[in-house]
Ligand binder design. Structure first.
Ligand SMILES: Nc1ncnc2c1ncn2[C@@H]1O[C@H](COP(=O)(O)OP(=O)(O)OP(=O)(O)O)[C@@H](O)[C@H]1O
Ligand SMILES: [Mg+2]
Length: 235
């Protein structure tokens, strides 16, 4: 039963401090956060407040200085590099502001490669079939053989989205996914992202500067100078 399951993300009292030129730089302070399975959470806040840093910790790409982070019942503070890599392959999709597609690969191969890494047990035929299906889901069935330079920004982000969800992870992390797109294209990407995560039951943690986008989340959190607080959404 869905209700009885543990939250997908539990961060408890997380500090993230870097040593910069011999002095501690406090990037996150006592951050606590709980995200339910299939929940959509928006994180807003000024530039430099620590939003991307929090996403990096949730992805296991950086280590918290203190505190606990559990994602999908994995204690990220206790995993070694190999286990973290396995955790990322199995649990996460990430969408970046600047797409980060591999320039030499076609749309189909960009998505297929991500799936191959996440699910090495699949045959090449299965990988191609599922990658094509994911690209179809983002409206790009006519662009399978295009390389990123032959795609518009919105199309590149569609490929980025297809790549992030092709292995059907329980969690999608998005760092300003519409930040490099015009209003109309960004809205279309947002519609796709919300639709796909809802259909797959994927939880979504999304950083955005766009208040309209943030208002579509189940919850909105605000990062201010490394401290995270709940913001009441009035709809
Ligand atoms: N590796 C690092 N070394 C030194 N300082 C860092 C490092 N990574 C992040 N910071 C600092 O941590 C703070 C938070 O950065 P972060 O990228 O998390 O902010 P953000 O909220 O995502 O900002 P933006 O909205 O501009 O993307 C910034 O002041 C940044 O300069
Ligand atoms: Mg950022």
């Amino acid at each position: 039963m869905q209700e009885a399951r543990s939250p997908l993300i539990v961060a408890d009292n997380v500090d993230y401090t870097l040593n910069v030129a011999g002095r501690p730089l406090h990037i996150l302070r006592k951050v606590s956060l709980s995200v339910a399975r299939s929940e959509v959470v928006a994180i807003v806040g000024p530039s430099g407040s620590g939003k991307t840093s929090l996403l990096m910790l949730l992805a296991g790409l950086e280590q918290a200085t203190s505190g606990k982070i559990r994602v999908n019942d994995h204690d990220l503070t206790a995993l070694d590099e190999d286990d973290l890599a396995r955790f990322r392959r199995r649990t996460l999709g990430i969408v970046f502001q600047s797409f980060h597609l591999i320039p030499s690969l076609t749309a189909l191969d960009n998505v297929g490669l991500a799936l191959e890494i996440a699910r090495p047990e699949l045959s090449m035929a299965q990988v191609r079939e599922r990658a094509a299906r994911a690209l179809d889901a983002v409206g790009l069935s006519g662009r399978l053989d295009h390389r990123p330079t032959a795609l518009s920004g919105g199309e590149q982000q569609r490929v980025g989205l297809a790549r992030a969800i092709v292995a059907e992870p329980p969690l999608l992390l998005a760092d300003e996914p519409t930040g490099n797109l015009d209003q109309k294209t960004g809205a279309a990407i947002a519609d796709l992202m919300f639709g796909l995560t809802r259909d797959l039951g994927t939880a979504l943690v999304m950083i955005t500067h766009d208040p309209k986008l943030a208002a579509r989340a189940d919850r909105m959190l605000t990062m201010t100078q490394g401290e995270l607080s709940e913001t009441l959404v009035t709809t």
